[in-house]
Design a protein around this ligand. Structure first.
Ligand SMILES: NC(=O)c1ccc[n+]([C@@H]2O[C@H](COP(=O)([O-])OP(=O)(O)OC[C@H]3O[C@@H](n4cnc5c(N)ncnc54)[C@H](O)[C@@H]3O)[C@@H](O)[C@H]2O)c1
Length: 255
């Protein structure tokens, strides 16, 4: 087991890649703290893990709400005694986020609040816990869109993921001397509810992305989660400040 007894907070673990991550982490021996805004979804992840003999607990958490995050971190420490891994996975990509000229400022704020402030708040409360033991691994989920323009724009989402990349670098430099490494994964398009609901209804968006994919398929949650297991495990002790592209090669595409 690569994550035996590692207490791992995974945000947005009630669905998509977060749920697959929670299940895989539990199979690798982690004690998983499921931070999720959707109570039913979060509890389902925990039930599935426990049914297979794994260890997990649900903590209701809207990552954009400071009081919520603070309480969920406190409850995690009360339940499991420490935090070894913070996996900032929760993110949103709403339909009303388009080009800046077509997007309401309210939609912009909503996306930045979850995708950027959510990462900041989770770090704000989890890092002091990691500092107590002098070790920890932070895994931030960015996106390939932080590196590429897209003809079907989602400008708030794109800007939010650029911010996640920059924050990852800053945290990596600040906290590695005190034992905490910070890395990000920049996934390409992955077949999760977030993507498929949108791409099934928007043929142009689907064709643009698949046409530029050298591997000829969209990614699977497991493609990302396998990388996250490495980053959470002690195997990645000397990996810090890295943005790992797990995208089938889409960001290498020129024409
Ligand atoms: N799917 C893709 O193609 C893709 C590509 C690149 C990056 N990403 C990123 O990967 C991450 C996971 O994406 P996904 O496709 O699995 O998404 P998803 O929508 O399938 O699942 C996201 C989960 O986060 C939860 N969530 C949403 N807002 C929350 C909040 N405020 N607080 C707590 N939980 C919240 C949702 O309820 C859901 O369970 C996101 O950060 C996303 O931006 C996804």
């Amino acid at each position: 087991m690569r994550l035996k007894d590692k207490v791992s907070v995974i945000t947005g673990a009630g669905g998509g890649m977060g749920r697959v991550a929670a299940q895989k982490f539990a199979r690798e021996g982690a004690k998983v703290a499921v931070f999720e805004i959707g109570e039913e979804a979060g509890r389902k992840t925990v039930e599935e893990i426990k049914a297979k003999g794994g260890k997990a607990e649900f903590f209701h958490c809207n990552v954009a709400d400071e009081a919520n995050v603070k309480e969920a971190v406190q409850q995690t420490v009360q339940t499991f005694g420490k935090i070894d891994v913070l996996y900032n996975n929760a993110g949103i990509m709403p339909e009303d986020d388009e080009s800046v000229i077509d997007t309401d400022a309210e939609a912009w704020d909503r996306v930045l609040n979850v995708n950027v402030k959510g990462v900041m708040l989770s770090c704000k409360y989890a890092i002091p816990e990691m500092l107590k033991q002098g070790s920890g691994s932070i895994i931030n989920i960015a996106s390939f869109v932080a590196y590429m323009g897209c003809s079907v724009p989602q400008d708030a989402y794109t800007a939010s993921k650029g911010a996640v990349v920059s924050l990852t670098k800053s945290l990596a430099i600040q906290f590695r001397p005190r034992g905490i490494r910070t890395n990000a994964i920049a996934p390409g398009p992955i077949e999760t509810p977030l993507m498929t609901e949108w791409l099934l209804t928007d043929k142009e968006a689907r064709d643009v992305r698949l046409g530029r994919q050298p591997s000829g398929r969209f990614g699977k949650p497991e493609d990302i989660v396998n990388c996250a297991v490495y980053l959470a495990s002690d195997e990645s002790d000397w990996t810090n400040g890295s943005i790992i592209h797990v995208d089938g090669g889409i960001t290498s595409h020129y024409f």
